[in-house]
Design a protein around this ligand. Structure first.
Ligand code: NAD
Length: 266
């Protein structure tokens, strides 16, 4: 089996990367950065986001597993001291694969017929850092609202514990193929109205954001920031593609929610 390792690049993560690489090679696995079947992410959730974006072009062939060298992560749930146990489990080459839904983001440009599609694992946000963002929100072809405020966030279920949660969104189990729209500081008064609550949309539904005032704003795709000009619209839908995680032991989603937000000894 071919493997690659993504490190956060701090001292502990790099040391664990060297150890894991040596152990896995000793067990007969082949280090292959270009076409890995399994990718070990060593660091935090941010490191896993980087690993996912690096191997996004081969999601069908690659599974991910995360080790956290800081606090427990949602995508990084193995402890550094468990590295030997994990390496032995990987070398047995048998693991369960858990698949999580992804968010498809299509940016359509004004003058050309050009569109660019991205796949987010956590979320995509639309923000206007200096002036009020004004966006028409369309759901399945029908006008829903005219949003005015700091921005909008469309999250995946596995990203619902990240930025989405900070915006008052619900935590969704990743078995629900869905996407969730939350508001950032919407303007609500007698003149301007937004729904003022997070919306959870199922697969096959589409949300289109059309800029009303000033077509320049920032779009994020996970940790990536895009400063876009001349945007006609941004389309969101649940992708048909999924990200695959290698599971070697049960660590249910709700246990990770508990251990991350309520209390934990890990
Ligand atoms: P980072 O690695 O510093 O991540 C920021 C924090 O988000 C970390 O504590 C990380 O553990 C946590 N996080 C990331 N994905 C998570 C998930 N799925 N569930 C629970 N926690 C998660 O910074 P980065 O590398 O730039 O990561 C980008 C992510 O940071 C974005 O995808 C976004 O979700 C998150 N973020 C959160 C806020 C906020 O909560 N106000 C603001 C901006 C970005």
């Amino acid at each position: 089996m071919k493997f690659a390792i993504q490190s956060r690049n701090d001292e502990l993560s790099n040391r664990l990367m060297d150890e894991a690489k040596k152990y896995l090679t000793d067990f007969g696995l082949v280090f292959d950065e270009a076409e890995p079947e399994i990718v070990l992410s060593i660091g935090g959730d941010g490191t896993m986001l980087h690993a996912y974006h690096k191997y996004q072009h081969r999601l069908q062939e690659t599974a991910f597993v995360g080790i956290h060298t800081g606090h427990l992560g949602f995508y990084a749930d193995w402890k550094p001291e468990e590295i030997e146990k994990l390496v032995i489990a990987i070398s047995r080459k048998k693991f369960q694969v858990i698949e999580y839904p992804l968010l498809e983001v299509t940016v359509n440009y004004q003058d050309s017929n050009e569109s660019v599609t991205y796949l987010a694992m956590n979320e995509s946000t639309v923000k206007s850092p200096e002036v009020t963002l004004v966006m028409d929100v369309e759901l399945n072809g029908g006008h829903f609202e005219r949003f005015r405020g700091d921005g909008l966030c469309m999250s995946t279920p596995s990203g619902s514990t990240a930025y989405n949660k900070a915006l008052g969104g619900a935590i969704l189990h990743p078995s629900l193929a869905s996407m969730q729209l939350t508001e950032m500081a919407s303007i609500n008064n007698r003149v301007f109205r937004t729904v003022g609550a997070p919306l959870v949309l199922p697969a096959h539904h589409k949300c289109v954001l059309t800029p009303v005032k000033g077509p320049d704003f920032m779009v994020t795709i996970d940790h990536l920031q895009l400063f876009l000009k001349d945007v006609k619209s941004i389309e969101y839908q649940v992708s048909e593609k999924r990200v695959r995680f290698a599971r070697f032991r049960p660590f249910p989603f709700w246990s990770r929610v508990h251990d991350s937000f309520i209390d934990s000894d890990v």
